[in-house]
Write a new protein. Structure first.
Length: 162
């Protein structure tokens, strides 16, 4: 199990390094590297949940739809966050700031609602144990990705120090 984590971590680091080497001015996890990471995540999900072909097709149809919804909400959140920054830096009024914050809070609620609906839909496809494994997989995968990014960033800072 420990060697599998090392291999997984190495694979994720290779993807991230290829991303960073390709274009420093692009936001992280865009383009081909993001696609490779997403494909890797899907393969690992299939393994973790022990999905057969039919279940895998049904699961990923809903998973992809859910991820697209979260992506759309994320874009809206970025627009509102940029607006908030512009209002604050432009010395906008408190009412405009409050409206923007309320919009951000509404988006956070939509994210929660979307996740709740997605997990509810999974009851039609997966067992309760598999749903629990999915939740834990998401947490662990994201945690491992953040740790890999942190280690990689720390390594770059260490190389810059005299």
């Amino acid at each position: 199990m420990n060697s599998w984590r090392r291999i997984s971590g190495t694979f994720v680091l290779m993807i991230l390094l290829s991303l960073l080497a390709g274009a420093q001015d692009q936001p992280p996890l865009r383009g081909k590297a993001a696609e490779r990471l997403e494909q890797y995540k899907k393969v690992r999900l299939m393994e973790a949940l022990k999905l057969d072909e039919e279940t895998s097709i049904r699961f990923f149809a809903r998973y992809n739809k859910h991820m697209e919804t979260l992506k759309d909400i994320g874009k809206e959140r970025n627009v509102l966050t940029d607006r908030l920054q512009a209002v604050v830096e432009g010395k906008g009024g408190d009412q405009e700031i409050d409206r923007t914050i309320q919009g951000l809070l509404a988006l956070e609620g939509r994210i929660g609602d979307s996740r709740k609906a997605f997990l509810g839909e999974l009851k039609e496809i997966l067992t309760t144990r598999q749903i629990a494994q999915y939740i834990l997989f998401e947490r662990d995968f994201n945690r491992n990705l953040r740790e890999a990014l942190r280690e990689m960033t720390q390594g770059r800072w260490d190389r810059r120090l005299p």
